[in-house]
Design a protein around this ligand. Structure first.
Ligand SMILES: C[S@@+](CC[C@H](N)C(=O)[O-])C[C@H]1O[C@@H](n2cnc3c(N)ncnc32)[C@H](O)[C@@H]1O
Length: 272
C-alpha cells in the first residue's frame, strides 16, 4: 500500500534529509518521499515519518536504507563521452609528459554511484598505459550510499547497465562474462579504492588529487552547500589540478577558485 505523506510531515522530513545528505526536497517532491521512503516504513513496520526519524537514532541500518532510498543513483559508462576523451587524450598524456611516468597520479570520482564513472576513467587510463599495476596510480571512488559503493566495488553489471555507454569492443576488453552478468576485470577493479563518504562532511584521509570528477550530485544541493563543496574540492586538488563537473552544472557565481577551460567540446575547471 502506498503511504500518503502530509505537508506537515514534509516540514519535518525535508530538513532531516537535508542534514543527512545535503539533498534539498520540498512539497513538490512528495511523491519521492512516498515512493522511496514508503517501503522503508513498511519494512520496519513504522506508521509514519516521525517514527522513521526517531528510529534512525536507534538503528543505523535504517539510516543507511533511508540514504540508499532517497539518493538518485542514475549513472552510465562514459557518461557524456567528452570528459573521458579529454582525460584519455589530453589530461593523462599531459600529466605524464610533465611529471614523468613514475609520478603518483591521484584521481577521485566523488559521488561515484555504482562505479561506472571511475571504471570509465580507469579504462581510459588503461587504454594508454596498458598495465595500471606498473604505475603509481591511485583511483578513489566515494559515495554516500552504502548500496552504491558496495555494488561499485564488486563491479558486476547486467545487460541493461552494460548497454548504456559501453561499446562492444570495450566490454570484451575489460569485462569477464559471468553467467548472465559481466564483471570488470581485476586489473581495473584492483586499481580503485572504494569508500563511503558524505561530500558535505569534512573529507577525511583524502590526499590532494590531480583530477576530480564530481558530476551530477551538486544539482541536488542548495547553493550554499554547492559553494562549500566546490571550495573544499579546490582545497583537495594539487596546484594545477582539474575538476570535471557535468555539462548541466556550473561554477559561475558560486566559486572563484577555478578557471574554466575547454578541450574539443569538453569543459573542465583548473584550480586557479
Ligand atoms: C546521479 S548520481 C551521479 C553519479 C555519477 N557521478 C555520474 O555523473 O554518472 C549521484 C550520486 O551522488 C550520491 N550522493 C548524493 N548525496 C551525496 C552526498 N552528500 N555525498 C556523497 N554522495 C552523494 C548519490 O548516492 C548518487 O550515487
Amino acid at each position: 500500500m502506498r503511504y500518503k505523506i502530509e505537508n506537515a510531515e514534509i516540514d519535518i522530513l525535508a530538513p532531516f534529509i537535508h542534514k543527512l545528505t545535503g539533498i534539498v526536497l520540498d512539497y513538490s517532491k512528495a511523491y519521492l518521499f512516498e515512493t522511496r521512503l514508503g517501503p522503508v516504513l513498511e519494512k520496519y513496520s513504522l506508521t509514519n515519518f516521525q517514527e522513521l526519524i526517531s528510529s534512525i537514532a536507534l538503528n543505523r541500518n535504517i539510516e543507511r536504507e533511508v540514504i540508499d532510498a532517497i539518493t538518485t543513483q542514475e549513472t552510465l559508462f562514459f557518461r557524456d563521452r567528452s570528459p573521458f576523451d579529454f582525460v584519455q587524450n589530453k589530461f593523462f598524456p599531459d600529466f605524464f609528459d610533465k611529471n614523468g611516468m613514475n609520478a603518483p597520479l591521484r584521481v577521485w570520482s566523488a559521488a561515484s554511484s555504482t562505479g561506472q564513472e571511475i571504471y570509465s576513467i580507469a579504462m581510459s587510463l588503461q587504454n594508454i598505459l596498458f598495465d595500471l599495476s606498473k604505475y603509481n596510480i591511485n583511483l578513489l571512488a566515494t559515495d554516500i550510499s552504502d548500496e552504491a559503493i558496495s555494488k561499485a566495488s564488486i563491479g558486476r553489471y547486467n545487460k541493461f547497465e552494460l548497454s548504456r555507454g559501453l561499446e562492444l569492443k570495450t566490454l570484451h576488453k575489460y569485462f569477464n562474462k559471468e553467467d548472465i552478468t559481466w564483471k570488470i576485470k581485476d586489473e581495473i577493479r584492483h586499481a580503485v579504492h572504494f569508500r563511503r563518504m558524505n561530500l558535505l562532511k569534512p573529507f577525511v584521509n583524502v590526499p590532494k588529487q590531480n583530477l576530480i570528477f564530481c558530476r551530477n550530485v551538486a544539482i541536488y544541493f542548495s547553493r550554499e552547500d554547492r559553494k562549500t563543496l566546490y571550495d573544499r574540492l579546490a582545497d583537495h586538488l594539487v596546484d594545477d589540478g582539474v575538476l570535471v563537473i557535468s555539462s548541466t552544472e556550473s561554477l559561475a557565481g558560486i566559486t572563484d577558485k577555478f578557471i574554466k577551460e575547454q578541450f574539443h567540446g569538453a569543459v573542465f575547471y583548473r584550480k586557479s
